[in-house]
Design a protein around this ligand. Structure first.
Ligand code: URA
Length: 213
């Protein structure tokens, strides 16, 4: 497959215009580009070093992120932090964000169950992700899971065959493809969980070691 030609909505030209991450965050506060703002507590914008060379992109905020307003602070975020540490990648060197910036959920009694964002929601929200990338100009983008991969490289590039590879879309930052840490939390078998976690740390280690040619 010609990866160079696969540009997802966040790498397209139709994205927000902003001078700084702070300005974008301010603009995004009132975002009504899709319906997810209606039920979410608040927008969860990206955060981290504005000098970051590595941008980590997740799917969407979860319950705890929605309440706190910060990305990756819940169970998946804590696991991500541990794996980053094992991989030798300091989260403070990174900028952490999501493909979709409002929590999508299904109410179940008092609980709010994660619901996967659809392609339209990801496309709408790529308006912000693309603008974050334009400002940060990272040397590498790490996609955590299928939604982030869709936002960066579109529908044709699939997670399983590309997992662990660094792909090079034309005139755009390279993209390292890996799984979402919440996948590790769902694996039941101990051996499988161990193997997948080790491979995830190894993918993050590639990001830590990456030097553009
Ligand atoms: N999962 C994500 O994809 N992003 C978060 O911020 C938290 C959990």
């Amino acid at each position: 497959m010609n990866i160079a030609a696969n540009i997802g909505p966040a790498l397209a030209l139709d994205v927000a215009d902003g001078e700084s991450i702070a300005e974008l965050r301010h603009q995004a506060d009132g975002c009504t580009r899709c319906d997810l703002y209606r039920n979410a507590t608040q927008i969860v914008f990206g955060e981290g070093s504005v000098k970051a060379e590595i941008v980590l992109v997740g799917e969407q905020p979860g319950d705890q992120e929605d309440l706190s307003g910060r990305p990756f602070v819940g169970p998946a975020g804590r696991l991500l932090d541990r794996c980053l540490e094992e991989a030798g990648l300091d989260r403070r060197r990174c900028y952490v964000t999501n493909a979709v910036k409002h929590f999508k959920f299904t109410p179940r009694g008092k609980r709010r169950l994660h619901a996967k964002p659809n392609a339209g929601e990801i496309r709408r929200c790529a308006w912000w992700l693309g603008a974050e990338l334009n400002i940060l100009q990272p040397k590498l983008v790490v996609t955590l899971g299928a939604s982030a991969l869709y936002a960066l490289l579109g529908p044709k590039v699939k997670l399983t065959p590309e997992r662990g590879r660094i792909l090079h879309p034309e005139n755009r930052p390279p993209v390292l493809v890996t799984i979402h840490p919440s996948y590790l939390l769902r694996i039941r078998g101990e051996a499988d969980q161990h193997r997948q976690r080790r491979d995830f740390v190894s993918d993050l280690h590639k990001a830590a070691e990456y030097r553009p040619q």
